[in-house]
Design a protein around this ligand. Structure first.
Ligand code: SF4
Length: 456
């Protein structure tokens, strides 16, 4: 008891480490920045946005003080535009395409987008209205960015939409999986509220395939959209994985977003296995939970890592260390707890079908490092069982859809988001999922009304 009291009294305030790192623009800064925009004809920034937000238009509205109109322009094109303002790799998308690159510096499109959507959040602006009811029902399986975007559009077309969400809250990755210091949970939940305000029914804590069967949905709804995202982090399949102190990146980030922060990592040594954006999130989270040493261990090199460059830079600034060309072979422990990690050095060999060089172990190169926590961030499993329960064709867990129509091999089922994304060398972006959801909703509407689909 006295120990516990001592810990509580001396625990540093970690919550400040989880406050948003990028400051918002002040109103005058936003107007000055908006006035730098050239409002280009045939603007390349629009083409570089997967959801085709009319960027010059929303920027112009900021310049003229019309923040409601600006937020509406953003959210019209991208139903999770407030989250995307914070998490999009803008330097690789809109800002990377801005004509002012080179001449001076690109317009800070992400921060302007955040300025307008933050205004809408603060002022509880109701941006959209539901469409007149058309008597048809659509089930959306998964309430993440793709599912929410689709539901929002379908509600505006007049469909009665039900979202089936396994978690307690909707929002998916934006609500649970992106660190608070980049995306506070209330932003994602505002986007959920926007969709709920259109009359979309949310059946949370409900797993399709367990609590509700696919056949019921196929029977009761005119269309079903599968937008379940990704599953759990797979096993490393090495000895010692059951020890206390072995965590997975997704659960760690989720805990920091849903539970009081704990002091379990203060002064500890942490190894993160993997080098994607989730690995970076887990590593920076660990640092901000007070870990002394955080190392990202990756079996390839810096060149092959899938994390965005800005994420990589951010992790380095947070003091995260990177060790390339190493792979874990055994987790070491004592009394049921992790104490170390056995690693083997790797070397790159021939390229695989995607052009990425395959890593191979260097013979007799094993060595050990001391660690207190091992965090797995080696990708996520796919919901193959659910795809098969719906009777959908898939290739290695990627649902096959008709190009541009998002229709699966089952005539009543469409799919969007991570379930159809694959084959690239990077993770799916939130903005891609939002775009899939929006396009899939258009396709469902076209199919249910017998219209030709118009994908603009
Ligand atoms: Fe403005 Fe740059 Fe887009 Fe042109 S490309 S409209 S300057 S943000």
């Amino acid at each position: 008891m006295s120990d516990h009291r001592h810990r509580v009294e001396t625990m540093p305030d970690l919550s400040k480490n989880f406050a948003e790192v990028v400051p918002a623009l002040r109103p005058k800064e936003a107007i000055d920045e908006a006035n730098r925009c050239l409002y280009c004809y045939d603007a390349p920034c629009i083409k570089a946005c997967p959801t085709s937000i009319d960027i010059p238009s929303f920027i112009k509205k900021i310049a003229t003080g019309n923040l409601f109109g600006s937020a509406k322009t953003i959210m019209e094109a991208n139903p999770v535009g407030a989250s995307c303002a914070r998490v999009c790799p803008t330097s690789e998308l809109c800002e990377g395409a801005c004509v002012l690159n080179g001449a001076s510096r690109p317009i800070m499109i992400g921060l302007l987008q955040r300025h307008a959507t933050d205004w809408a959040i603060k002022n509880q602006a109701a941006l959209f209205q539901p469409g007149e009811k058309n008597g048809k029902r659509v089930a959306v399986v998964g309430g993440g960015p793709a599912g929410l975007s689709a539901a929002r559009e379908l509600a505006r077309y007049g469909y009665a939409v039900t979202i089936f969400e396994a978690k307690e809250k909707a929002g998916g990755l934006n609500t649970y999986g992106i660190v608070s210091f980049r995306l506070p949970q209330e932003i994602a939940l505002w986007e959920v509220d926007q969709v709920q305000a259109l009359g979309v029914e949310f059946r949370t804590n409900t797993r399709v395939g367990v609590d509700v069967m696919p056949e019921e949905l196929l029977e009761q709804y005119d269309s079903v959209l599968l937008a379940v995202g990704m599953g759990a982090v797979p096993k490393l399949n090495i000895e010692g994985e059951e020890l206390d102190g072995v965590l997975d990146a997704i659960s760690l980030v989720e805990e920091t977003k849903t539970k009081p922060l704990t002091d379990i990592m203060i002064g500890k040594k942490v190894a993160v296995i993997g080098a994607g954006n989730t690995a970076i999130d887990a590593a920076t989270c660990s640092k901000r939970l007070g870990a002394d040493l955080v190392q990202i261990l990756y079996r390839r090199t810096e060149k092959e890592m899938t994390a965005y460059q800005f994420e990589y830079e951010f992790a380095k600034q947070d003091g995260v260390e990177f060790r390339w060309l190493v792979a874990p072979t055994k987790i070491l422990g004592e009394n049921g707890r992790v104490t170390g990690l056995e690693l083997v050095r790797m070397q790159l060999g021939e390229a695989d079908e995607k052009g990425r060089k395959k890593p191979h172990p260097v013979p007799d190169s094993a060595f050990t490092i001391e660690v207190d926590y091992v965090i797995k961030a080696i990708g996520q499993e796919r919901h193959i069982r659910l795809m098969e329960a719906f009777g959908l064709d898939h290739g290695n867990g990627i649902v096959r859809v008709e190009t541009d129509s998002y229709r699966t091999s089952h005539p009543k089922v469409f799919a969007a988001g991570d379930v159809i994304f694959g084959g690239g060398n990077t993770d799916a972006m939130v903005v891609d999922a939002a775009n899939h959801g929006k396009r899939a909703a258009q396709a469902i509407h076209a199919a249910l009304t017998g219209q030709e689909q118009t994908v603009s």
